[in-house]
Ligand binder design. Structure first.
Ligand code: S3P
Length: 443
């Protein structure tokens, strides 16, 4: 989605106790993967609970451009009639992935070992983000790239007609790099191997196995090793997308910091590779219970019950960063209300997300009276008994920055504003009505 439209300023104000049921949207990571694997399968993939945020809609459009039949039947209900592994056809136009790093990196992987050519672009935020982390390994399969300076978008890829298998150790903990390589490996004869030092979200592995790919994961002395045997057919599968723990984090955080709150957030994914925020909040003393733990569509889910209570600052270990990489902005808001300081270690990847999230959170928290210290790869937030608020934060085209500051304002002394809330539509289109429905004063 292009963000050339006028910015939409938003403000939140101190609110009474939040109460009710928060039906958060479908998981963004799983939604992208369901569309892409559906497009690479033979037969019809039925998806329920798909996130209809702009990031995922851009991926749906891209899959149609590569030849899949992608149809919407109702809210969250979609079908994809795939073209099979290696079956993508040359798209007529440029593939615009909008704001989505996941979309562009996974789709580049999916087409890099097919003999077609495609050009990818994105909005101003995506065009600043590093792509060499994906194009470097994809070039080792034999794909050719023309990029803007610094390896950035727009990028034209000429897929490898005769791809060769790859064994690759990812230089940073990134599920996007891992997934791009695995998707490329689908159309490569022989074994494609990805080695990760820190395990990252494993939705690609789970879903590839569900679609019939030959894939194994094991922890060895070398690290976490994923092996995919290419050129097997993928068979269309129904996908029930669980609710997104990264989106749930916003109402959960709001309930933890607005006095007297109690909310319920049903059907949220509790995949262990995504669960770091919840581990951290429990360590801070948060009153969260996980009810009706069950399995849905190959992913563990639970209903969350969250109550306001006193919190204390903690030190988050670096080896937990990957399992909560998208949740540090909202954790830094919760930390502002905790007793003592909260230290977030090993978070340098935050600097290359939709914005430099360490800088965006530090500046926005400071503008609202909170003391923050930062290094290249850490952030420390000093909690306070009462957060002054009264400032305006800059969202830098980053949905999670915008939502984090709107949550901050629900419990601050004075209102908190964001210069532009329009990026929220990329991942959580109903954020405002959902938070208002719980009793939040924001808009
Ligand atoms: C994602 C992986 C993470 C995360 C992003 C979604 C995915 O990025 O920040 O929002 O769906 O694979 P990295 O893999 O670059 O850490």
């Amino acid at each position: 989605m292009s963000h050339s439209a006028e910015p939409t300023p938003m403000t939140s104000r101190r609110s009474g106790p939040l109460a009710g049921i928060a039906q958060v949207p479908g998981d963004k990571s799983i939604s992208h993967r369901a569309l892409i694997l559906g497009a690479l399968s033979v037969g019809e993939t039925k998806i329920t609970g798909l996130l209809e945020g702009q990031d995922v809609l851009d991926t749906a459009k891209a899959m149609a451009a590569f030849g899949a039949k992608v149809e919407r039947h109702g809210p969250g209900e979609w079908t994809v009639n795939g073209v099979g592994v290696g079956g993508f056809s040359d798209p007529e136009g440029v593939i615009d992935c909008g704001n989505s790093g996941t979309g562009v990196r996974l789709i580049m992987g999916a087409m890099a070992t097919t003999g077609i050519t495609a050009t990818f672009t994105g909005d101003a935020s995506l065009s600043r983000r590093p792509m060499a982390r994906v194009t470097d390994p994809l070039a080792m399969f034999g794909a050719q790239f023309t990029t803007r300076e610094g390896g950035r978008l727009p990028i034209t890829i000429k897929g490898a007609t005769d791809p060769i298998p790859l064994t690759y150790r990812t230089p940073v903990a990134s599920a996007q790099i891992k997934s791009a390589i695995l998707l490329a490996g689908l159309n490569v004869p022989g074994d494609t191997v990805v080695i990760e030092t820190e395990p990252t979200r494993d939705h690609s592995e789970r879903m590839l196995a569900g679609f019939g790919a030959q894939i194994t994961s094991e922890t060895t002395a070398e690290g976490h090793v994923i092996t995919l045997t290419g050129r097997a057919e993928l068979k269309a599968q129904p996908v029930a997308v669980p609710r997104d723990p990264s989106s749930a984090a916003f109402p959960v955080a709001a309930a933890l910091i607005v006095p007297g709150s109690e909310i319920r957030v049903p059907g949220v994914s509790r995949n262990p590779t995504r669960d770091g925020l919840y581990t951290t909040l429990l360590e801070m003393g948060a009153d969260i219970t996980f009810e009706n733990q069950r399995d849905e569509g190959g992913e563990p889910v639970a209903d969350l019950v969250v109550r306001y209570g006193k919190l204390k600052g903690v030190s988050v270990p670096a080896d937990r960063a990957a399992s909560m990489i998208d949740e540090f902005p909202i954790l830094s808001v919760v930390a502002a209300f905790a007793e003592g300081k909260t230290v977030m270690n090993g978070v340098s990847e935050l600097r290359v997300k939709e914005s430099d999230r360490i800088d965006a959170m530090a500046r926005g928290l400071e503008a609202n009276g909170v003391t923050v210290e930062e290094t290249k790869d850490s952030m420390t937030v000093h909690g306070m008994a009462a957060v002054p608020g009264g400032g305006t934060a800059v969202s830098h085209l980053d949905h999670r920055i915008a939502m984090s500051f709107l949550v901050l304002g629900l419990a601050s002394e004075q209102p908190v504003s964001v210069d532009d809330g329009s990026p929220i539509a990329t991942s959580f289109p109903d954020f405002l009505p959902l938070m208002q429905g719980l009793g939040g004063d924001l808009g």
